[in-house]
Design a protein around this ligand. Sequence first.
Ligand code: DOR
Ligand code: ZN
Length: 462
Amino acid sequence: MTTASLPETGTVLVTNVRPYGEGEPVDVLVTGERIAEIGPSGTVTAEEHAERLDGRGGVLLPGFVDLHTHLREPGREDAETVRTGSAAAALGGYTAVFAMANTEPVADSAVVVEHVWRAGREVGLVDVHPVGAVTVGLRGDKLAELGTMAASAAGVRVFSDDGHCVADPLIMRRALEYARGLDAVIAQHAEEPRLTEGAQAHEGERAALLGLAGWPASAEEAIVARDCILASHAGARLHVCHVSTRGTADVLAWGKPRHPRGATAISAEVTPHHLLLTDELLAGYDPVNKVNPPLRTESDVTALREALAEGTIDCVATDHAPHAVQDKDTEWAVARPGMLGLQTALSVVVETMVRPGMLDWRGVARVMSERPAEIARLPDQGRPIAVGEPANLVLVDPDARWTVRGEQLASIAGNTPYEGMALPATVRATMLRGRMTAADGATVGDGVRTATGATERTGGAR
Ligand code: DOR
Ligand code: ZN
């Protein structure tokens, strides 16, 4: 399918909706790719054939941007494809995702990043931005051609060896220096490999009880401290992937203000699962709970929520990591680490941050859309909901509840740690440049039949 076969953008009138969950309800008129008019509810008119979206009770936010997604294409299309991952993203309220480079072959060249970028355009449900590998083959010993990937049609501006740490300090230093010249950012998977050899679970009481080799917090914190120093000396931008410990939040609070280009030159993300789940879940040895970095303790979870609320951690990124059954549904020690995240991220953020009063909807827009768009230098994402701005939007139902069923999610793989869990908030609709990509739990215009977990709606039940 080509982009041309997708529905044309037209006119959409969203009625009775509260942008950022604030103030009196308004009507928002979208014409073509942009917001054309915003006025008090009932005052905005649209042509006869305009699409109408009832926003009553809903919260309108800028479309979400995920800095950390694994789409598995090329190479592991048995777990996820650009098409199915894009569907999951649209259903989760995302309008842009960054596809990590640990594919087969690795996205360490212009050819591979352009392939992923083109595949994303063809599906058309979400802007797919390939992340380029920092080192050739993710092997950590030779810099990949960052400049060539940046100059390619994919216009890569985020580089990461995610899944692996760029552990060699000299390679990391050179990568930061190159990235500075490209106004790109190095997204580090912070894990000192010498400290995690054979590691299976967060080092602590729980791992000891279960007889699992410990994964120390220091493996993450030591690399983050080192990289804050390297980035500051290089005057380069650093992004820290999936922060998982209290100590890393402390290191970031120390390192960010010391960067010569200001605190925003060092950024960090936290995953929904590290905001909600702890290593207590490991008691059953169910590999669905195995993830890298590992689930930590209650004290870490508390610190991560606080760091996200106050901005030491900039944003939420899913680390959506689909795995085929044969790689995941096996004994703990050999199971691949990773969890689905795109369709549950909003609900987990609402559960962990909004309901306890740590973030309001403005805050959700900041951590799920505005900051990630700034970090990745996306000019048309994470924009204010205002006349003239691009219509990349998500309509959230804050009062709905739904029960997660892995097999009903759009991903090929079903490895969700939230199976059977009732979570708050659903995505009612997602709009990419004025065109509806998801509505009422189904994707629109991509020719893919997708069910979603957003089935058991019990509006107003929370
Ligand atoms: O849990 C994870 N899964 N962490 C990573 O860093 C990589 C990812 C994957 O590719 O499955
Ligand atoms: Zn990672």
